[in-house]
Design a protein around this ligand. Structure first.
Ligand code: 2AM
Ligand code: CA
Length: 263
């Protein structure tokens, strides 16, 4: 796989998809619920996934696609090249705010993340990472993360994890909220990973993420030294939904040890 050639190609289709999404603001969109009333999907999520799939099938017929909306391949193993795609990460933001959502894409070869992209469509901001080649924000190279401490950190998570929940004792989260400098909640896992990689936040925690939410962001975040695991500290899983924490390496294990006890 020629990563430079792939990178040029992927940037061009991501920009074209972004153009299509911005154009969709001019027409009515149809909104449905999936697993629950707040888990939204629109015709645009579906159309954008189908757009990527038609291009990938045409230009890389031997590659497989693992997409949130299910138009790609059924993926049960990590063999060969797999594109992990979330056509709109942060659909609730897309519907309610028309901003704060992203296209998220990771290219994995035999389970190893080679290329990662997060495209903030409305701001025309592209974050990308190349295995061993660094992470970039609009083609400017991002610095490696420098050490920090919990007390000076800004941590992103949804308020859902600060109330009683089935995953872990929320009293730990309440203590974490008291100890950190600030909490943010952006509503798009991909953007939160992009902000971690660019040093705007120091950790991102979620109790329920799917492979396409994190695949692109993990390639980017890893290039600046961030650590990504589930809340048991195991490497983040790209085959199934799981808990997730990505953080500056100087605070990652302390967050898990001191604040998050799995039920
Ligand atoms: P989505 O918009 O693509 O569904 C919201 O805090 C973040 O969590 C978004 O990145 C959202 O992705 C993701 N998310 C929301 N509901 C989810 C679910 N049921 N399973 C996995 N990820 C989810
Ligand atoms: Ca989505």
């Amino acid at each position: 796989m020629d990563l430079h050639e792939m990178d040029r190609y992927i940037k061009s289709i991501i920009k074209e998809a972004g153009h299509r999404i911005r154009n969709s603001f001019l027409s009515d969109i149809s909104i449905e619920s999936k697993s629950n009333v707040n888990d939204l999907v629109t015709n645009i999520d579906k159309e954008i996934e189908q757009f990527f799939i038609s291009r990938i099938n045409r230009d890389f017929p031997e590659h497989r696609i693992f997409g949130e909306e299910g138009f790609g391949d059924e993926i049960r193993d990590q063999k060969g090249v797999i594109w992990l795609l979330d056509p709109i990460d942060g659909t609730m933001n897309f519907v309610h705010q028309k901003r704060n959502f992203a296209i998220s894409l990771g290219i994995y070869d035999e389970g190893i993340g080679k290329l990662g992209y997060i495209y903030d469509v409305v701001n025309d901001d592209l974050y990308h990472g190349v295995l061993g080649g660094g992470a970039y924000y609009n083609d400017e190279k991002l610095c490696r993360l420098s050490d920090t401490v919990i007390e000076e950190s800004i941590i992103a998570m949804n308020a859902t994890w600060a109330v009683p929940n089935r995953y872990f004792d929320h009293n730990g989260t309440l203590q974490l909220i008291q100890d950190v400098r600030g909490i943010r909640s952006y509503g798009s896992a991909a953007l939160e990973l992009a902000y971690l990689a660019s040093g705007r936040i120091d950790a991102y925690i979620s109790m329920r993420l799917s492979p396409w939410d994190i695949a692109g962001g993990m390639v980017i975040a890893r290039e600046v030294g961030a650590v990504a695991t589930n809340i048991r500290g195991e490497p983040a899983n790209l085959m199934k939904q799981d808990t997730f924490i990505a953080a500056n390496p100087s605070i990652h294990s302390r967050i898990l040890e001191k604040y998050i006890q799995q039920k």
